[in-house]
Design a protein. Structure first.
Length: 146
């Protein structure tokens, strides 16, 4: 199977079995955000969780191989139309330069790693409307000189 076919098979099996990403991640003993990303083809899955996922979702053996393959991390370069994804683009558009300035002021000239990285999503109940709490935790990587 190709990675794209596995993504489709995972999403269909998840729906057919009435599972949530959180319950799948719990079964694999891994983080919800990372497991979801791997299931959507944006990360390669180690052998043990790939095997567990295939068993959990009754996927063919060929799916395990595709889940373990290194991804090609590409996405549509156009501004997304989905409101949630668009709003994240808006956050980066409005606050991206600010984030860069504050990070570099605190750490120096460099970037936040998306390789040595974790992310969590929480729900914070609020009487004025529930809040989405995104926590991104990336290692600071200074630019080197030579």
């Amino acid at each position: 199977m190709k990675k794209e076919q596995v993504v489709e098979a995972v999403v269909l099996a998840k729906k057919d079995k009435g599972l949530s990403w959180e319950s799948i991640a719990s079964e694999l003993g891994m983080g919800t955000v990372w497991v979801t990303s791997a299931c959507l083809g944006m990360n390669s899955m180690p052998e043990e969780p790939a095997e567990k996922l295939c068993q959990l979702l009754d996927l063919p053996a060929s799916a395990k191989v595709a889940l373990m393959e290194y991804p090609v991390k590409t996405w549509d370069k156009n501004i997304p139309q989905d409101p949630l994804i668009y709003r994240l683009y808006e956050v980066v558009g409005v606050y991206g330069d600010t984030l860069k300035e504050v990070i570099q002021e605190k750490f120096g000239d460099g970037i936040m790693s998306a390789i040595d990285f974790s992310m969590d999503i929480e729900k914070q109940e609020d009487p004025k409307g529930d809040r989405v709490v995104l926590t991104m935790n990336g290692k600071f990587l200074p630019y080197k000189t030579w």
